[in-house]
Design a protein around this ligand. Structure first.
Ligand code: FAD
Length: 255
């Protein structure tokens, strides 16, 4: 449910909202093609996109490829994805496999706190594994999280492995204390990874200005430095360079 979209006081189902937007755009002549953009050439107009092997040329593009969840980068994480490893508590938290079980949330920001608090509805205990000795989340979120009886912080620790690939399900995480180097193991039925997002901008690297986190730097409102190329949504950078007309009016990351 999307709770904050203008015009829907009761909230609106995200999928329905998306379909309505598509219908509205089609009413005004948009043609929708579900395909993957494999390459872009923004060196000169008309710009060239390779879309499922076909070439499409255009004078104007709005890039809106969004951002993906950041991964820990462990082999076991990839092998156990959707088998106990997940990146979204609201999507997966209520699954039977997680009910009344110990769960692990990895991260220390607002998202990790939100995930941990949400999971207290289902879990027997939620371990919040964070690489530092205090949360990076806003004060109110951090206080609410740490005050919850079901949430147990595990400080100064990183996940080094997720078990058990042989059983094809999550049974535990292996940890390393970053200060002492001491290893540890925590039994759990699920691992919720909330360590941020990575913008889907690899295709545009070199063609557009990206900030140190890979978000597109905007020149003026939604315009990039390439004439006719605009960005929207989750891949917009949070910064506008000096002289740019961000105006402080919400030219920020979409998440
Ligand atoms: C659980 C959850 C709850 C949320 N709740 C809210 C909420 O209540 N209110 C709110 O405002 N926000 C909410 N958000 C955030 C919101 O979902 C994002 O801000 C928003 O989806 C960003 O939109 P986007 O179009 O930029 O990116 P996305 O929605 O990520 O869409 C990007 C699209 O581009 C496609 N794509 C990527 N690369 C290519 C390519 N090479 N070729 C073709 N297609 C490609 C992707 O497949 C995807 O369909 C929530 C997010 C999550 C995960």
């Amino acid at each position: 449910m999307v709770e904050n979209f203008p015009g829907f006081p009761e909230g609106v189902d995200g999928f329905e909202l998306m379909q309505r937007m598509q219908q509205q755009a089609e009413k005004f002549g948009a043609r929708v093609k579900l395909a993957t953009v494999e390459a872009v050439d923004l060196s000169r107009p008309p710009y060239t996109l390779t879309v499922d092997g076909e070439t499409v040329q255009t004078q104007t593009i709005i890039l809106a490829s969004g951002a993906s969840h950041r991964h820990l980068g462990l082999e076991s994480e990839a092998k156990l994805e959707k088998k106990g490893v997940t990146y979204c508590a609201t999507c997966d938290g209520a699954l039977p496999a997680f009910r009344n079980q110990p769960l692990v949330v990895v991260g220390g920001g607002d998202s990790a706190c939100e995930e941990a608090l949400y999971l207290t509805r289902f879990a027997s205990v939620v371990y919040l594994v964070h690489r530092r000795d205090q949360l990076r989340a806003s004060r109110i979120m951090a206080e609410r999280t740490l005050a919850h009886a079901k949430i147990k912080p595990v400080w100064d620790s990183v996940v080094t492995d997720i078990l058990d690939v042989k059983q094809d399900k999550v049974t535990a995480v292996r940890l390393r204390n970053v200060k002492t180097g001491a290893p540890a193991e925590l039994a759990c039925a699920g691992v919720f990874i909330a360590i941020g997002h990575v913008p889907n901008t690899e295709l545009f690297r070199g063609a557009l200005d990206l900030d140190e986190n890979g978000y597109v730097i905007l020149q003026r409102r939604s315009a990039t430095r390439v004439p006719g190329v605009f960005v929207a949504g989750g891949l917009c950078g949070s910064r506008v360079p000096p002289g740019g007309d961000g105006g402080g009016h919400g030219v920020r990351r979409g998440d």
